[in-house]
Design a protein around this ligand. Structure first.
Ligand SMILES: *Cc1c(COP(=O)(O)O)cnc(C)c1O
Length: 370
């Protein structure tokens, strides 16, 4: 009764999404990206559900995340996407995780770590194929791979690269990057596994699957891919409570800085969700396909006035039956996707997930590991 909002996360849907993607890419292996607390959904609940579904390759961003995943899964491969921070080899080694080495200094440091440990240590190597983010440049990769002494001090288990524009299957950059990755193949250690695709990349077809795919967003019900629908279903519902309903006379304003004025006698619902709950302030006031919306029963209503830290104000003048104090409205749910919520605030569904309220009550459903 004290919850201002409720976040419901369907673990069975996450497991089903993983199985659907695994089936789509078979015989390639399907991993899971669980960085940033499983995209905000709760790594401590999501990881056991994925492991129970059969996932045995987990990608995190940081050494601390690797340690927490290792505490939950004894056997699985764990890859650290941020790679090797100077001095972090011991921590990554202690988690029995593999850094994704993405620069020459990282490669050298991991080789030295192997020497100290008396044997080459398992790792992944990232080659940049055109994203210009992390990864060895083509030139650095060629020099590194040709350095037999250096390579003999590494136990490279995976070579990966990351696509820039996989959400748009028509973008020629996808094929350019795939060719650049392909061009490295003859130089790589024999039998090493390859990985190129994340959620959107795996939708580009078999040629992009290689040995291992690394979806994150799609597991959590996200659909950024613009070339058709990903075989996944939503996993998240966010509801927030109406605290008060008030009448506002024409020409009266609503909210900070009085940015919205009633053009007619209006009924405004004050809802207990603000930017501190991941309801982006950029979703203030309605515009052309912009501005926050909430679901009330089967209707949708617009946010009017500024989004504040704890509250939004929503025009419910035309909503029947009239919403009342204590009712729950839907911020994300059937007909209101994380993409819609993100796009209407000028951002993406990924940021909706990683901005979930820390003070709403969380309910996990479909936990088949319990
Ligand atoms: C975050 C990340 C992924 C997962 O991307 P999604 O779009 O969420 O599937 C895969 N690979 C790398 C290198 C990443 O940084």
């Amino acid at each position: 009764m004290t919850a201002t909002g409720i976040i419901t996360i369907d673990l069975e849907a996450i497991a089903d999404n993983w199985r659907a993607l695994a089936a789509l890419v078979a015989p390639s292996r399907c991993g899971a990206v669980v960085k940033a607390d499983a995209y905000g959904l709760g790594a401590d609940r999501v990881i056991p559900a994925l492991a129970a579904a059969g996932c045995s390759a987990f990608f995190v961003a940081t050494p601390l995340e690797a340690a927490s995943v290792r505490a939950m899964v004894r056997e699985a491969d764990i890859f650290v996407l941020d790679g090797l921070l100077a001095g972090s080899a011991g921590a990554i080694g202690a988690a029995n995780a593999m850094p994704v080495l993405s620069s020459v200094p990282e490669v050298r440091e991991w080789a030295e770590f192997g020497e100290r440990r008396g044997a080459p240590q398992p790792c992944a190597v990232q080659i940049d194929s055109g994203l210009n983010r992390l990864g060895l440049s083509g030139e650095e990769a060629r020099a590194t791979l040709a350095d037999a002494r250096l390579m003999s001090r590494l136990d490279v288990r995976l070579v990966l690269s990351h696509l820039a524009s996989a959400d748009d299957p028509a973008d020629p950059k996808n094929e350019q990057q795939r060719r650049a990755f392909e061009a490295m193949r003859p130089l790589l250690p024999k039998g090493v596994a390859l990985s190129l695709a994340a959620s959107d990349g795996l939708m580009l077809g078999k040629a992009y699957h290689y040995d291992l795919v690394r979806p994150g967003y799609a597991l959590y019900g996200g659909q950024a891919f613009r070339g058709g629908s990903t075989p996944v279903r939503p996993v998240l519902k966010i509801e927030a409570r109406i605290l008060q309903v008030r009448d506002v006379a024409p020409s009266e304003s609503v909210g900070y800085s009085a940015t919205w004025k009633a053009a007619r006698p209006s009924r405004i619902a004050i809802i207990a969700a603000g930017y501190a709950d991941g309801f982006f302030r950029a979703g203030s006031n309605p515009g052309q396909n912009t501005g926050g919306i909430v679901g009330i029963g089967t209707a949708t209503a617009l946010v009017v006035g500024r989004v504040s830290m704890d509250l939004i104000t929503v025009d419910v003048t035309d909503i029947l039956p009239a919403p009342e104090r204590g009712d729950l409205v839907t911020l994300v749910g059937p007909g209101l996707s994380i993409e819609t919520m993100g796009h209407r605030a000028g951002t993406i569904g990924y940021e909706v997930l990683t901005s979930l309220s820390r003070r709403f009550e969380r309910r996990y459903v479909g936990d088949l590991t319990a």
